[in-house]
Design a binder for this molecule. Structure first.
Ligand code: FMN
Length: 436
């Protein structure tokens, strides 16, 4: 029997204009209406997925580059996924819903109270994807923007403050038994006075304790500081890494070491590796798609340039495709890592066409060169990850019902027959995430 694994879906680019630029736009879904997301999340629940994670960035980025973000809706607008969550809980019974939250945007007391409310309302199915995007700081006050590691320090203080507030109602404080004639014992509540570097407040929290555990903490950062955060705080780590045995085992080892260093057990953290497959109906179709991607036309390259321009806050769309890319066009705010991801292994003389063509190029799941393949080929790969000791995978994409069906229709029965994908849910998200 194959090893059973956990499955998540990552709604990349968040709660935004869904379907814009999508080949299935004329299905006429309204991205501002909950119906689209409710329909898709019901399918994910039927498929046995543990959770849906919704990306977010609260900001449109720096003032001078807003148009790059919004003109093809790659970087905004985005509505708040925390407020979408109740609609998704109402449409489902078992799947976990994980909005992204940024500690810059919520005071710990407000956060602890709102998340406690959703945890109760959802029957203990809430998770929080805690991110440390620093670019949005200017929307939330006048404090200067934090650096990379300082943002993690603040996120760590924020997370432990939120958890301390959730624990401010200890065992026995809530009585709520008619015979006792008393709802709660206020003398037992913990004052929870917090005086930290970034936050100062007094508790206790004005919310009752959880019967089945606190909301699940999720984190995606892969830097040494990000892994340290995960080791100390996270129940789920979202991993982005080359999907080779060596790299998967090494990443898992780093997270496990971070957990042990923080006094926790490796089993306390479920690691989901992010993958973005394109599932097609036959090997011939996969071969055709891959072959065509080696010779992208200018329209395809312009679309890639639009996406890169949004992500890098630098306009690449007006540049001559056949001239070398001048690296001086990137502003100070663009990280070297992001520029490096665009350029890859190309040298100074490489034209923009060559650089973008490398991003257009697809590969086959079967030989590990990319993510195009049949459902059987994808299931084979996922099964292999299980043999390497992997906990689970995170499928990355939009949440358009067409995408969800195209990806899962054939895959789910295959994974079920092989015993890789759950058939039954536990009562809470936390219980679903336990090691199999
Ligand atoms: C699977 C995945 C999901 C992410 N989701 C978000 C998100 O929703 N919002 C966000 O601002 N950053 C998101 N990030 C970026 C991370 O929060 C982080 O900024 C990035 O990984 C850099 O952090 P690091 O230097 O610790 O790796 C995501 C990253 C990954 C790999």
């Amino acid at each position: 029997m194959s090893r059973q694994q956990h499955f998540g879906w990552f709604l990349a680019r968040g709660f935004g204009p869904h379907g814009w630029g999508h080949p299935s736009l004329d299905w006429d879904y309204d991205w501002t209406s909950p119906a689209l997301y409710q329909q898709a999340v019901r399918t994910l629940e039927q498929a046995g997925f543990d959770l849906l994670i919704i990306e977010d960035a609260p900001s449109l980025g720096s003032a001078s580059t807003i148009d790059l973000r919004v003109r093809q809706a790659f970087g905004g607008p985005k509505l708040d996924p925390l407020l979408l969550a109740p609609y998704l809980f109402a449409a489902t019974e078992r799947i976990g819903i994980v909005p992204t939250v940024n500690p810059a945007a919520y005071l710990p007391y407000t956060a602890a109270r709102q998340f406690a409310t959703l945890q109760h309302l959802s029957g203990h199915r809430l998770g929080l994807n805690v991110v440390t995007d620093t670019g949005s700081a200017r929307h939330f006050g006048t404090a200067p923007q934090l650096g990379h590691d300082a943002a993690y320090d603040r996120a760590e203080e924020w997370t432990s403050a939120v958890v301390a507030l959730w624990r401010s109602w200890p065992e026995g404080a809530l009585i709520a038994h008619p015979d006792a004639g008393r709802y709660a014992d206020g003398a037992l509540l913990q004052p929870t006075r917090h005086r930290g570097e970034y936050f100062s407040f007094d508790g206790p929290l004005n919310a009752i304790p959880f019967t089945d555990g606190a909301p699940v903490i999720v984190s995606p950062g892969g830097s040494p500081r990000g892994l340290g955060f995960a080791g100390a705080n996270s129940d789920v780590q979202l991993a982005l890494a080359p999907m080779t045995e060596q790299s998967v085992r090494a990443y898992r080892g780093r997270i496990h070491d971070a957990a042990i260093a923080a006094g926790r057990s490796p089993d306390d953290i479920t690691i989901l590796f992010a993958i973005q497959p394109t599932v097609v109906s036959s090997a011939e179709e996969a071969d055709r798609l891959v072959a065509a991607s080696h010779h992208p036309d200018d329209d395809v390259l312009r679309r890639i340039a639009e996406r890169q321009s949004s992500d890098l806050e630098t306009d690449l769309t007006g540049l001559d495709l056949d001239r070398p890319l001048d690296r001086g066009i990137f502003g100070e705010h663009v990280s070297h890592g992001s520029i490096q991801r665009l350029i890859g292994t190309h040298d100074e003389d490489a034209s923009l066409r060559e650089i973008l063509t490398a991003h257009a190029r697809l590969g086959r799941i079967r030989d590990g060169s990319g993510w195009v393949g049949t459902a059987v080929e994808l299931a084979d790969r996922i099964e292999e990850y299980g043999a390497w000791g992997n906990d689970g995978v995170l499928l990355w994409g939009d949440l358009h019902p067409v995408t969800v069906h195209r990806t899962l229709d054939e895959l789910v029965p295959i994974l079920r027959r092989r015993g890789i994908l759950r058939r039954e849910y536990e009562p809470t998200l936390r219980a679903n995430l336990r090691p199999f």
